[in-house]
Design a protein around this ligand. Structure first.
Ligand code: C2E
Ligand code: MG
Ligand code: MG
Ligand code: MG
Length: 279
């Protein structure tokens, strides 16, 4: 009896799995088509200098406006792109678009582009970045590449070499989602990063003394390593106040602006206006 129960259980389970896999395949096929038609859009979210309210850079974030399902979050389609071997092409498109768009932004504003660890697997990431810069005419100093610890998890030696070659181009390298990985601190010293982006989960809990203690040591380490710090996911002026008192110079989050299309970016945001009035 238990054997039969087990068997029917397996059937239900596998049917569910199959439905899920089918849905994923459909999504993958649709994504492949959207990439091929260059329908993936790029939105931008400003990174603000907390002391002045100025926009220092913008982060490029991919957006897929699906024909019937509306906007699908990157949390869903980036994974599909990675699993389906589409991430290199998708990443190239975002990079090219971001570099092109950045040429119409103020010259003191940098653009940051997220890279998947899988983009390091192909040997031509350095060529791709070189080409995107040349094609757009964007100075290399205005491009920032965001990577996560996953770049160090496989092919570590090879990826480190690629990172070094990217840095040698004159672009800056940021470590994204810092603090949520397994051994974050060691990764900070594994490569001469220019910037570290502290994950939103810390900012959410910035009112707690344990979090303050952790942030203090990150700030200290960043000073020693001479790297810039960004707080991700800043949602309130109270958080801004706490981050400033910790000596964190830069913030990004819904408190300042959600990611918006290029045309929606404002270089004189409410924060900048407030500061100007106060001055
Ligand atoms: P990320 O690189 O850490 O980007 C920051 C994410 O936090 C964005 O989510 C942004 O919309 C969100 N965020 C910013 N401020 C706030 C806030 O105050 N509150 C809340 N709740 N969220 C905030 P998004 O655009 O959904 O992207 C999610 C992730 O998808 C990104 O995390 C990045 O890892 C990945 N991603 C997005 N675009 C690309 C891309 O072009 N290539 C690659 N490889 N990954 C991308
Ligand atoms: Mg990022
Ligand atoms: Mg992040
Ligand atoms: Mg994140």
């Amino acid at each position: 009896r238990s054997k039969n129960a087990g068997r029917s259980c397996f059937h239900v389970y596998s049917a569910e799995l199959k439905a899920e896999a089918d849905q994923r395949n459909v999504l993958e096929i649709e994504l492949r088509e959207a990439i091929w038609r260059e329908e993936i859009e790029v939105f931008y979210q400003p990174v603000i200098e907390l002391g002045t309210g100025r926009v220092k850079s913008v982060e490029a974030l991919a957006r897929w406006h699906h024909g019937t399902k509306g906007y699908i979050p990157p949390a869903e389609f980036i994974a599909v792109a990675e699993a389906g071997g589409l991430i290199v092409e998708l990443g190239n498109q975002v990079l090219a678009r971001a570099c092109r768009d950045a040429t119409s932004m103020p010259a003191d504003v940098k653009v940051a582009v997220n890279l998947s660890a899988l983009q390091f697997a192909g040997t031509n990431l350095v060529d791709t970045v070189t080409f995107a810069l040349a094609q757009s005419g964007l100075p290399q100093t205005r491009l920032e590449l965001e990577i996560t610890e996953s770049v160090f998890l496989a092919d570590t030696e090879e990826n480190l070499k690629t990172l070094q070659r990217l840095k040698a181009l004159g672009v800056s390298i940021a470590l994204d989602d810092f603090g949520v990985g397994y051994s974050s601190l060691s990764y900070l010293t594994a490569f001469p990063f220019d910037k570290v982006k502290i994950d939103k989960s810390f900012i959410d809990r910035v009112d707690r003394s344990e979090t303050v203690a952790v942030l203090k040591s990150i700030v200290q380490l960043a000073k020693t390593l001479k790297l810039s710090i960004v707080a991700e996911g800043v949602e309130s002026s109270e958080q801004v106040r706490r981050l400033q008192s910790l000596g964190i110079p830069l913030g990004q989050g819904f408190h300042f602006s959600k990611p918006v299309p290029l045309a929606g970016l404002s270089w004189q945001g409410p924060a900048a206006r407030r500061k100007r009035r106060a001055a």
